[in-house]
Design a protein around this ligand. Structure first.
Ligand code: ZN
Length: 237
């Protein structure tokens, strides 16, 4: 654990019981900006960090490669898990290349980039693996302030699932969501505070067209990422 805490960073939730548990964390890592920022947040707060990355039929396997490389270079235990059955359950624009991605959130509906059950599966599987490796702190980069309005990124869902997982395995997991209440500009600030702004900027993939770093520049994910970065950098200068 880093001995110089940064006061402005989101703090881990406190473990009220459970003794010495809390030294080892498992991060659900996609290779994107948010989860990779969470990886470094976890490295700041926990002695030992593991990452689990899911293959679920996503179009861009480069995201997985980036996640693996970051873990290799920053001394994180990396585990790849194939859950591509998820893409057989539902048609969505992230896993089905015949569907054109919504460029904007449709009024009164979820964008077709929503993968139903994704975080339910990911976090449930992560918890089983976390228990196996003795990590009872699980970190995910979901954010309620995300523009898409995915229900499985909301705080109520995460808290509900946390209770369910604890009951399912009779354990005391804590699901940490450092990005839950911050926007993209603040996520860039967090990366900067953690000293990894350039790493996040160059070595993560957010772009829906599969281009790492600053991306294609015109898809919704690139717009959001760039707007946040520009907003943050403007506050610095
Ligand atoms: Zn893009």
């Amino acid at each position: 654990m880093n001995s110089s805490p940064i006061s402005s960073l989101p703090k881990p939730l406190l473990r009220l019981s459970g003794g010495a548990r809390g030294d080892r964390a498992l991060v659900v890592l996609s290779g994107g900006q948010d989860s990779t920022t969470c990886l470094f947040w976890a490295k700041h707060h926990f002695k030992e960090v593991y990452a689990i990355t899911f293959v679920y039929g996503q179009k861009h396997s480069i995201e997985v490669k980036l996640a693996e490389e970051i873990c290799r270079d920053y001394d994180v235990n990396f585990r790849l898990m194939d859950v591509s059955f998820i893409s057989q359950l539902n048609h969505n624009a992230l896993t089905d290349s015949s569907i054109v991605m919504d460029q904007e959130k449709p009024a009164g509906a979820l964008p077709n980039t929503f993968v139903p059950g994704r975080n339910l599966f990911f976090l449930s599987i992560a918890a089983v693996y976390a228990r196996e490796i003795g990590a009872f702190d699980i970190v995910t980069g979901v954010s309620q302030t995300d523009f898409s309005g995915y229900p499985d990124c909301r705080d109520a869902f995460i808290r509900s699932l946390n209770v369910t997982l604890n009951m399912a395995m009779e354990e005391q997991f804590i699901i940490h969501t450092p990005l839950m209440w911050i926007d993209k500009a603040e996520t860039w600030k967090l990366a900067d505070d953690l000293g990894v702004l350039d790493v996040i900027r160059r070595r993560t993939l957010t772009c829906y067209n599969g281009i790492p770093g600053d991306g294609c520049g015109h898809c919704p994910a690139c717009h959001l990422r760039r707007a946040g970065l520009e907003q943050y950098l403007a506050t610095k200068s």
